[in-house]
Design a protein around this ligand. Structure first.
Ligand code: ZN
Length: 259
């Protein structure tokens, strides 16, 4: 955005704030600034906590959560879910800040359609905390890309905006164009898990000039929601085939119903 546009945008936002005071995207209560959440909204959000699968990060069910096994503690957790045992993911670990439920769905919808920059800045500390271990070893952040047609329709990639906010918070650089979606893929919303895997197969490629920078590097792949993991698995495979040392996955939310 050029400077004049930016000034106009700032002036416009100040005007909007006067006429329409900023409201919490979840509760509708007045808040101090755009993108902020009211205290009640915090209570409605379900942050993911241990124990969870050491690989895919899926939270374990109540009975297992109460298992006194010491393997759940701290960095040493090695318990892997049945899904990951049967079909080990190509990425090293996946972590998410929130369970994907009604509250986080509304939050992410507001992020997609509302004040993206402010909200992404609010999400960055959540992502930093959920991904603390992988980020400590990361050389770069790469967003899950949109195909250019969808990018044209939406005008922005929400995963790239999350990456930029996380870069600001952590100092780890974002490479927005490193990974490209080389064919459009139909929306995954109504597809089964196996259909989703087929839908995204060979849909991604590393930008050839970027391969040198990727070789032997640790990548954190960033997306808004992890559902079946089909998209991030395919992205991770593509990055590893192009020479990345390892790929971890960090998302704002993930479904938590498999286990
Ligand atoms: Zn797992």
């Amino acid at each position: 955005m050029n400077k004049a546009k930016h000034l106009i945008s700032n002036a416009f936002m100040a005007f909007v704030d006067q006429v329409l005071p900023p409201r919490c995207v979840l509760t509708g209560q007045k808040v101090e600034a755009q993108g902020m959440l009211a205290p009640e909204a915090w209570a409605a959000l379900n942050f993911i906590a241990r124990p969870f699968c050491a690989r895919c990060g899926s939270p374990f069910a109540y009975e297992i959560a109460n298992d006194p096994a010491p393997t759940f503690a701290g960095m040493g957790d090695t318990v892997v879910c049945v899904g990951c045992l049967n079909r080990p993911p190509p990425y090293r670990t996946a972590r998410a800040a929130l369970k994907y439920d009604d509250s986080s769905r509304r939050l992410i919808l507001a992020f997609k359609h509302g004040d993206k920059t402010h909200m992404a800045a609010a999400f960055a500390p959540w992502l930093s905390r959920a991904g603390r271990e992988m980020l400590a070893e990361a050389d770069m952040l790469i967003p899950v890309p949109l195909h250019r047609w969808r990018l044209l329709a939406r005008r922005y990639n929400q995963s790239a905006i999350l990456c930029d906010a996380l870069s600001k918070a952590t100092g780890i650089p974002t490479f927005t164009l490193a990974l490209r979606r080389i064919r459009p893929t139909p929306s995954q919303g109504y597809l089964s898990a196996s259909e989703r895997h087929e839908n995204v197969r060979k849909a991604f490629a590393v930008d050839p000039p970027f391969e040198d920078r990727l070789r032997n590097r640790s990548v954190v792949l960033v997306d808004d929601v992890y559902t079946t993991g089909a998209t991030v698995r395919e992205c991770a495979k593509t990055l590893l085939a192009a020479g990345a040392l390892r790929v971890d996955v960090l998302t704002l939310a993930r479904t938590a119903k498999e286990i």
